[in-house]
Design a protein around this ligand. Structure first.
Ligand code: SF4
Length: 305
């Protein structure tokens, strides 16, 4: 069997930064450091930070007053910041700067009097954070593109969740553009999402089956599996070797392997080792060299070298 290892894969700059933020906060302030929502959607990452003293909670009101809290990479609604202030929490914000950009756009378009449509998945943490920034209408393309009965000349601005399928989003955008020809369309799909989906399409041309390494609650990992399936190749989401079922590999000579933006490389290597391939071939579409600076709270207190 041959493994075709796709690249870029794994951690994006926003995930690296969010994990670093929790690790640095633990060093600087000592445990416990509370984390509002899973810092990134991967149980292996969460468990390793919890082993060092991080405590993950879903509601800011669960956190004892005066504690240190890190807000997750997915972004949070203003209400969470208000709750944190009321409890006198020290907030360190690990929201990915590319999500913050969407928040800023939402507030600006609202100030400019535009009506906002967000393409995103109902209930996802990032969508909850973005929808808290300004009044907006959610279009979840999985439910069909249901558009409001606004005048066709309405000034509409269209934002997107950062981790959606490039192709599904393009279809939803086209439907909105047909209905509101003057709509201002922002493409907020992030570079990591776009790059990994391009890799999975290239893998689908060469592999008999694709394994996407990542967690079930990770939006970008689920989209990778769907993109592979849409290319007509069987694809499975596994978060480690123990989740590979023998039937996934039935007769497969070439197994494509890719991981989502929240998946540690150690899980990819564990899967590749478990496959015991005769050959590993690398399929690399791009090099990623993006990094994000740490939040101000941690930069300012960094010890001088
Ligand atoms: S997937 Fe994209 S938006 Fe999300 S944390 Fe990574 S870089 Fe940021």
């Amino acid at each position: 069997m041959e493994v075709i290892l796709g690249s870029p894969r794994g951690f994006c700059a926003g995930v690296v930064r969010a994990i670093d933020v929790v690790a640095l906060a633990l060093q600087r302030f000592g445990p416990p450091v509370y984390v509002k929502h899973q810092i990134v959607h991967n149980p292996t990452v969460v468990a390793s930070l919890e082993a060092k003293g991080a405590i993950t909670v879903e509601d800011v009101e669960e956190i004892p007053p005066g504690s240190v809290v890190v807000f997750s990479a997915h972004g949070s609604p203003p209400e969470d910041y208000r709750k944190a202030q009321a409890r006198n929490l020290r907030v360190i914000d690990a929201t990915c700067p590319l999500v913050t950009k969407v928040h800023n756009e939402a507030r600006r378009f609202h100030r400019e009097g535009k009506r906002i449509i967000l393409i995103g998945h109902r209930g996802h943490q990032e969508v909850r954070g973005t929808m808290g920034q300004a009044p907006m209408l959610l279009v979840d393309e999985r439910e069909g593109v249901h558009l409001p009965d606004w005048d066709a000349n309405t000034e509409v601005a269209v934002l997107t969740q950062t981790t959606l399928s490039v192709d599904d989003t393009a279809r939803a955008v086209e439907a909105i553009r047909q209905r509101f020809p003057k709509a201002l369309i922002r493409n907020d799909l992030c570079y990591a999402t776009t790059n990994r989906q391009a890799v999975v399409k290239a893998l689908a041309k060469e592999a008999d089956v694709i394994l996407v390494i990542g967690a079930r609650n990770s939006s970008n990992c689920n989209r990778l599996r769907e993109v592979a399936s849409a290319q007509g190749v069987p694809a499975y989401l596994v978060n480690g070797p123990e989740e590979i079922r023998p039937e996934y590999l039935n007769g497969a000579q070439r197994v494509g392997v890719i991981s989502g933006a929240s998946t540690p490389e150690s899980l990819v290597q564990a899967v590749v080792n478990a496959l015991r391939p005769q050959r590993i071939r690398h399929l690399t579409l791009a090099e990623e060299d993006i990094t994000f600076v740490l939040p101000r709270e941690l930069r300012e207190e960094a010890p001088t070298p």
